[in-house]
Design a protein around this ligand. Structure first.
Ligand SMILES: O=P(O)(O)OC[C@H]1O[C@@H](O)[C@H](O)[C@@H](O)[C@@H]1O
Length: 318
């Protein structure tokens, strides 16, 4: 397989992916043999299968197989740094509104449904392991009749999630398993718990902006002049070529580093852009309690058959 990643340059704990066949259960959800001590599958809200990661160093995370959505990341103090909206539904049909949903193969607006279909399909567990007390799980998503009805390509997406005591890292690998080329764009639509009046993001100064307010279909081009970007009202803005580390002050006493791997020279690889979103009064019930800071690949990634695109995100607190 021609891979355009530089796997050898990843930190060791991110490269130890072991390919192993999984057993598909009658429910259609696949369960690999789990690293039982730190990785467990339980029943979550709406009876949906949920992977619980427990680090021996005091942190915990939860991932719904529906959408491959990380819904909780608790640091050793017990504080959950992610946010799930009170209107989120867990019915296996609608995407889960909160945590870290995938927008794939389209961020949108665009030709297919807003934010694509990966957030409302069932991912399966391909592999899991424990490294020095820290859980690692790899989920897989493949095309099926549902995805092909919208986007007629064969693909594989692997999503590796690594929980350490003070960090949550993910590696998304999209491979073209088709016989023809395809293109996609994607984001990790992360909802962070926040006090919106105190929240701010550093690292965006000088970026070209595409402001989706007021018209998402015709974003206004501009340039970010602020060193510290806050959320004084409705915010929906794309930042092109963002720096490889943003710092979110969540207004709740935490500064969260949002890093991605920019050490890979090939422009096909990694998150290059960012999106900030807060719906303000259009979601009166909860807008004060979260901000979205999304690692994104806004321009299309073109993949030839057998090529892969790899993007790593590293969320951490000091
Ligand atoms: O689909 P969700 O989770 O409600 O998020 C919607 C929002 O997601 C943001 O990423 C987009 O920039 C917004 O334009 C959009 O309204």
């Amino acid at each position: 397989m021609a891979t355009v990643s530089m796997a050898s340059s990843l930190p060791t704990n991110l490269t130890s992916f072991k390919s192993r066949r999984s057993n598909r259960s009658s429910s259609g959800v696949a369960f690999a043999s789990l690293s039982q001590d730190t990785v467990k599958i339980t029943e979550g809200a709406g009876n949906l299968p949920k992977v619980v990661l427990t680090s021996t160093h005091g942190s915990e995370a939860e991932i719904y197989l529906f959408g491959g959505c990380v819904t909780s990341w608790k640091v050793p103090s017990g504080k959950d740094l992610l946010f799930v909206r009170p209107d989120a539904v867990f019915n296996g049909k609608k995407p889960i509104s909160g945590g870290i949903p995938h927008c794939f193969p389209q961020f949108g607006p665009g030709a297919i449904q807003q934010h694509g279909f990966a957030r409302n399909m069932n991912w399966s567990v391909l592999d899991s392991e424990t490294i020095e007390g820290n859980p690692v799980v790899t989920l897989e998503l493949k095309d099926d009749a549902y995805s092909r009805s919208m986007w007629d390509f064969s693909f594989q997406a692997l999503y590796k999630v690594i929980l350490n005591s003070k960090s949550l890292s993910t590696v998304l690998t999209v491979t073209n398993t088709d016989t023809k080329a395809f293109s996609f764009n994607t984001t990790l639509h992360t909802y962070f718990s926040a006090s919106v009046t105190g929240a701010s993001v550093k690292g965006l100064l000088g970026c070209k902006t595409l402001n989706k307010d007021p018209d998402p279909k015709n974003p206004l081009e501009g340039k970010e002049e602020r060193e510290v970007v806050s959320f004084p009202g409705f915010v929906d803005c794309v930042y092109l070529n963002a720096s490889n580390e943003l710092q979110l002050d969540n207004g709740l006493g935490d500064v969260i580093s949002i890093k991605n791997a920019k050490y890979v020279a090939d422009s096909l690889v990694c998150w290059t852009d960012a999106v900030l979103w807060n719906p303000h009064l259009t979601m009166e019930a909860c807008y004060k309690d979260f901000v979205c800071v999304e690692n994104a690949k806004i321009g299309d990634v073109q993949l030839q058959p057998d090529q892969s695109w790899v993007a790593e995100q590293h969320l951490s607190i000091a």
